[in-house]
Design a protein around this ligand. Structure first.
Ligand code: TXA
Ligand code: MG
Length: 338
């Protein structure tokens, strides 16, 4: 299959709508990361997403809607908490888990009776969903296990020959996947941290619990609330290890091993302090910049030819938790405390 990257003009959006309506898969931009979209109500279309990504069948997809009416079609009930969260954070970087309606095939939800739904903010994808008139199921547009794509070029690198079209909506605004929350009667549980933080949800008067396994290792024999949590993810080809220490100890540790074919992932202004190949993932005190640069940096690590990479640990405050959580998974939960 020949894969084209297309500008998001009217004619190309029309073309993408046509492909989606016919049951095909399209690479779509969102404000979090790029997605691999297909008609969420068509199980054979959804099947193609799993094949293109090489994704385990039991890992459910997120369904993207453009209106509350579309949400209502996909779920059994929209609770008061869900309405409040939607009012505050939709369209945007928040995914909520509902009981699914009969309309949605189980292929989308990996056999679960629940469904993850998000209303994205990126204009191109909102237009596309509206033109299609059906919800679009879309996981991140990477090959399963690799870092999520934040540019059309990343999607092309992973999906060339596997999907017909990628709509280029520019660089993703946030750069990490959405916050996923499980809705309960009186509060919510964060299953995956993202741009919408615990503090932001608490600020509107909703209680928040952070699920075990967020920013932590998961015991593979235990049942998890979100199937995605049990998979190692975002991995560069080299072995990645996180170093929890101050800058001085980090540099001593890395520089003492400079003969060992290693690299370093550091913050801005720190590259000159390490004597091995290194790349940065943003300002130490700016988690929004780190979020934007993290997956770009993880992908770029594959261009420096080293066997093992040591990474500076970010602060876990606010959005920082999302960055730490992704790094932890990329490292296969390897943290060295100095
Ligand atoms: O920002 C995003 O969320 C991006 C863009 C494209 O919207 N999508 C994305 O999808 O990150 P994906 O498939 O890579 O991650 C979906 C996560 C997985 O961890 C999955 O296990 C979880 O959401 N999930 C989906 N449905 C679920 C459900 N019914 N219950 C619990 N977790 C669910
Ligand atoms: Mg993903």
């Amino acid at each position: 299959m020949y894969t084209k990257i297309l500008e998001p003009n009217e004619q190309n959006i029309e073309y993408a709508t046509y492909i989606l309506t016919k049951g095909g898969v399209v690479g779509i931009p969102t404000e979090t990361v790029y997605g691999l979209g297909a008609n969420a109500l068509d199980d054979s279309a959804v099947e193609k997403i799993f094949i293109a990504k090489g994704r385990p069948q039991d890992n459910p997809l997120i369904v993207h809607v453009s209106s509350m009416e579309m949400l209502e079609d996909c779920v059994v009930e929209v609770s008061d908490i869900a309405k409040k969260l939607a009012d505050e954070f939709w369209p945007g970087e928040l995914t909520m888990i509902f009981q699914k309606s009969e309309l949605v095939p189980v292929a989308v939800t990996g056999g679960l009776s629940t469904i993850a739904v998000r209303m994205p903010r990126h204009k191109v994808t909102c237009d596309l969903i509206e033109k299609c008139g059906f919800p679009i199921a879309a996981p991140s547009a990477n090959v399963s296990g690799l870092p999520s794509p934040t540019t059309a070029e990343h999607v092309y690198n992973d999906m060339c020959g596997r999907i017909p079209v990628i709509i280029d909506g520019g660089e993703c605004e946030f750069g990490l996947e959405s916050t996923v929350v499980l809705l309960r009667d009186d509060d919510v549980v964060i299953l995956r941290p993202g741009a919408v933080t615990k503090e932001m949800i608490e600020k509107i008067g909703i209680g928040v619990e952070v699920a075990e396994g967020v920013g932590q290792n998961v015991d593979e024999t235990q049942p998890v609330l979100s199937p995605g949590m049990k998979y190692k993810h975002y991995s560069p080809k080299a072995d990645l290890a996180l170093i929890d220490s101050d800058l001085e100890k980090f540099c001593d540790y890395v520089n003492a091993r400079k003969e060992e074919n290693i690299g370093a992932m550091v913050f801005d202004g720190e590259t000159s302090k390490v004597q091995v190949p290194s790349i940065t993932y943003g300002d130490k005190d700016n988690p929004l910049i780190q979020a934007k640069m993290l997956f770009v940096a993880l992908r770029a690590l594959d261009d420096i030819d080293v066997k093992r990479i040591y990474c500076r640990v970010p602060s876990v405050d606010g959005v920082g938790l999302a960055i730490y959580d992704r790094l932890l998974r990329a490292s296969g939960f390897e943290v060295i405390k100095l």
